[in-house]
Design a protein. Structure first.
Length: 324
């Protein structure tokens, strides 16, 4: 409530909150019969509404107990707004903050699990990837924080990279994987519809397909190669093998985030793509990120002393206890 970018909204919320309580009190005052003259015994105002022929609606006073309940509720609301942050940018007399509460809870949880990760502090990522216990923890971290996008088998899907095939947009070293998990990524393929028409995009798509050995029209490939050199080499390189520094994918390895059909490639060229990998540094602590990095790195690498275990049966893994 106190994180407004414009001071107006703080005042607006305050007026609505306080005004709502005042209006409730005004409504109670104007409608409460006992505040004015009471009707004579046995005389109750008739509203004029009759239901089912003989059921008359009367204007009986509100019960006293209900009135006091209403008044106490309004007093509670005013007290809450005084002590708690409910009036725009006013932080309340108690100084409560849900953000601080979450931070304190996270710190408490991090301290509770610190002994679990303590033995990994002096180990390298490849060494952690060899440890069966670390792999189990890393997999559970993955299933709770990464499987929503990359799948429980880590093989990804449309627009979400496969983490098991050794193909990396930004690089697959432990350091880079850790940086990706920690800081996230923002991959942008700019749209070219302002400079390229659908026919030209189709020719480029045919050339791109040929780079991966897919079926392509030789004549259109010839035209597409020329246009590829005009619009695409800045990111994907002259040979089409991409550039990990900017996250430009390799177009020669037959690995596709959105599919290899001409229609899909044309859509990418004309409309562009905008992918985001969310940063996890505010969700996971450094020790958890290190263990998760080792697990992800091990999916496409064989650490010394044995191969990295693949993803455990999904049904069994989903019932495992969460290591946090």
């Amino acid at each position: 409530m106190s994180d407004f970018v414009n001071g107006f909204w703080g005042y607006f919320i305050s007026v609505v909150a306080v005004g709502g309580v005042v209006w409730c009190l005004w409504l109670l005052y104007t409608q409460r019969r006992w505040l004015g003259a009471k009707p004579a015994s046995g005389q109750v105002e008739d509203t004029g509404h009759v239901w089912d022929g003989d059921l008359t609606e009367l204007n009986n006073p509100v019960p006293t107990w209900w009135t006091w309940m209403y008044l106490l509720a309004c007093l509670f609301a005013l007290g809450y707004l005084f002590f708690m942050p409910g009036l725009g940018s006013y932080k309340g007399q108690l100084g409560y903050s849900s953000t601080e509460e979450v931070a304190q809870h996270q710190a408490k949880m991090a301290e509770a699990v610190r002994p679990i990760y303590a033995r990994f502090e002096t180990m390298t990522v490849p060494q952690i990837a060899q440890d069966p216990g670390a792999r189990e923890i890393g997999q559970r971290l993955f299933l709770n924080n990464c499987a929503q996008c990359h799948g429980s088998d880590a093989k990804g899907g449309p627009s979400f990279p496969n983490l098991t095939d050794g193909d990396w947009l930004h690089g697959g070293t432990p350091e880079i994987i850790m940086e990706t998990i920690k800081k996230g990524r923002h991959g942008v393929m700019p749209p070219w519809k302002a400079a390229i028409d659908a026919k030209m995009a189709g020719d480029i798509a045919q050339y791109v397909r040929s780079l991966s050995g897919l079926t392509a029209d030789p004549v259109r490939v010839f035209r597409g190669k020329r246009e590829f050199g005009n619009f695409c080499v800045a990111c994907h390189g002259v040979d089409g093998k991409g550039n990990q520094l900017v996250g430009a994918p390799n177009l020669t390895d037959d690995v596709w985030l959105y599919g290899s059909s001409e229609a899909s490639i044309v859509k990418t060229i004309l409309d562009g793509r905008d992918n985001r990998m969310p940063a996890q540094e505010h969700v996971l602590n450094p020790e958890q990120i290190k263990v998760l990095t080792a697990w992800v790195w091990g999916l496409s690498n064989k650490p010394e002393g044995g191969a990295q275990a693949a993803v455990v049966d999904t049904a069994a893994a989903s019932t495992a206890a969460v290591a946090k």
